[in-house]
Design a protein around this ligand. Structure first.
Ligand SMILES: C[S@@+](CC[C@H](N)C(=O)[O-])C[C@H]1O[C@@H](n2cnc3c(N)ncnc32)[C@H](O)[C@@H]1O
Length: 263
């Protein structure tokens, strides 16, 4: 039986909101959805059940967050941490060619797919890094960091706040429990150097479901010592290694297993 919600190449039909969000970049966004619905699914970056809702739940829901980032000239940098299938990073790069997107993902299998998608889409405003966020602390900085479905907010802040320039913000795409998560985490976040934290909604009038963003803003800079002290010590690592059953080893790529560089 033919699924009526799917377009001719198996990608879901383009909803009217897509034009409002992507404007003259709509064709590129359609290509991205087609890539997601083909190799995104066959490579295991997106679950097959997500196919019919690639637009609403994923691409549009992510792209709409561009409204949080004011236009401030060409090449304004955004670091997207834990990009997975390019969400929200590639959706933002398509919606906003004025931004320079840095996609950060530790799994080489995923960054291989991301680089392929960037080449297919011909995006000149994207850099892909095979690394954990912590591995880039001394190499890349930006006024904006984005992340969706990467970790609880305090852990995410520990990984990402050192990537921010002075007065920069982390935009964490969250679900309906964002307000509760913030209330539970406020003190810990303030200790990490967050000077402003709020929950915001984007796309309420345009999309079936608004995107909820937890925005954390830092001051002049974060105190790196607070973050360094949270890195596993070599004694701690050795203990954990000793705790593992004999003959066992970690899975994953070298990049994801590598300890973050000490700033
Ligand atoms: C659940 S997936 C979400 C992927 C994508 N953001 C999305 O919303 O579809 C979480 C991703 O975060 C990545 N990740 C986990 N810890 C990370 C870290 N410390 N730095 C960068 N990426 C990380 C994982 O490899 C994984 O691809």
């Amino acid at each position: 039986m033919v699924d009526e919600s799917l377009g001719p190449v198996g990608a879901p039909a383009t909803p009217p909101a897509a034009r409002a969000v992507f404007g003259d970049r709509l064709e590129l966004a359609e290509q991205f959805v087609a890539i997601l619905s083909h190799t995104g699914i066959s490579h295991g970056l997106i679950g097959p059940r997500e196919a019919p809702r690639l637009w609403d739940r994923h691409v549009l829901n992510c792209a709409i967050v561009h409204e949080a980032i004011p236009r401030a000239g060409e090449g304004q940098r955004v670091i997207d941490v834990g990009s997975g299938a390019g969400l929200p990073g590639l959706a933002l790069a398509i919606a906003r060619p004025d931004l320079e997107l840095h996609l950060v993902e530790p799994l080489a299998r995923r960054t291989g797919w991301l680089s392929g998608a960037v080449a297919q889409l011909g995006l000149a405003n994207v850099v892909v890094h095979t690394s954990r966020a912590e591995g880039l602390w001394d190499r890349v900085r930006a006024p904006w960091v984005t992340a969706r479905a990467v970790s609880r907010i305090v852990q995410l802040a520990e990984w990402t706040l050192p990537l921010l320039e002075a007065h920069g913000s982390l935009l964490a795409l969250k679900g309906s429990r964002a307000t509760l998560e913030l209330a539970d985490s406020r003190t810990a976040l303030e200790r990490l150097g967050v000077v402003d934290a709020e929950v915001e909604e984007f796309g309420a009038r345009l999309l079936p479901e608004a995107t909820i963003v937890l925005r954390l803003t830092i001051g002049e800079e974060v105190d790196r010592r607070r973050f360094r002290s949270r890195q596993p010590s070599s004694a701690g690592s050795a203990r954990r290694r000793a705790d593992r059953p004999r003959g066992s080893r970690r899975t994953g790529t070298g990049a994801s297993d590598r300890r973050p560089r000490q700033p």
